[in-house]
Design a protein around this ligand. Sequence first.
Ligand code: DSN
Length: 419
Amino acid sequence: MLSTLRQSNPKIFNLLMQERQLQSESIRLIPSENYASRAVMEATGSWMTNKYSEGYPGKRYYEGQQVTDQIETLAIETAKKVFGADHANVQPYSGSVANFAAYTAFIEPGDTIMGLALPYGGHLTHGWKVSVTGRFFRSVQYELDPVTGRLDYNRIEDLAKQNKPKIIVSGATAYPRIIDFKAFSDIAQRVGAIHICDMAHIAGLIAGGAHPSPVPHADAVTTTTHKSLRGPRGSMILCRQQHAAAVDKAVFPGMQGGPHMHTISGIAVALAEASTPEFAEYAGQIVKNAKRLAQKLLEYGFTLVSGGTENHLILIDLRNKKMLGKKLSQALDRAGLVSNYNTIPNDPAKPFNPSGLRIGTPAVTTRGMKESQMDQIAEFINRVTNHVEDETVIGKVRQEVVEFCRAFPLPDTFVRPIV
Ligand code: DSN
């Protein structure tokens, strides 16, 4: 593996191998992380690293696009097929860039956008004040119902009627329930707004039929490609045909220069993988695993925001454990369980040391783990929570985690079918 790099730059080679070992010997529960297949990584690390391809297939500003045009067209057509979209732009460098570009396709600086507030599970780029999306636009933020921990579509509609946003953003980064995208579109229609959905977290579930799709309901849908979709780190915007020219123009030349053709090559491979029946099974198993993990955590006395999960993630409210998220996430990390501390709705603690812990199942499901492994993971989490300052117990869990992971090799050791 990486034999050329080993000779040319042993220092970086050694660090990469250390990272591989870390990924292999730990249980990755960050719901936005995953393991891309070896095929995706090979395409992403390919000769396409050497290209400049400003423009779009058939309309480039550089010569030498005989192959890039074919690859980008394949990525576009597969994205359209997987998600049933009229149009796909596969060039945004990241989800943040895709969101900003999507907004600028429809509105001007100073116009109003409305998205889920960051501390309630939204994203920085849904209009949070420190983000450029909260500074260049007038931003109104909706929150979750403080009692149920769920979206309250009546309150969102009232807020929209009061503030008349030009864009309403649906989608979240820490919301464990099904999102009713039609309800968002109905609200948007009633106030004359564009509905943009950021489906980054659940794109893989949607591709595999394990979560309802926003595509029939939203004017435009943004996503990253590396989370549950299991591609390289990149992004896409899907939209209705009537918005295709505006979206393309907003991405290039509006927001970016040359597209990253190596990433787009990896996206094309990942989307082909996402069209297979195996991927649909994978998406379904992510949800089954999350539900089982949630059930076991409840049995151990953990409190879960909204009472459980219907997707890939679980948000634990640690207040009844008399603990803050950072302390637990750090102890879990020492034990080999990788998660992140997170705010909970109406969090009484500070965002840098909030009351919640966010975990999810896309990565462990990629490694082939099923319900019985979720039982073991819940037991590990419970043991560490009960002994958060006891390094002997944490060290023992670490050894057990290494042993546990051995039976589930990383996907870079096997070949997925290419369609
Ligand atoms: N950083 C991502 C997450 O972890 O949810 C959002 O982009």
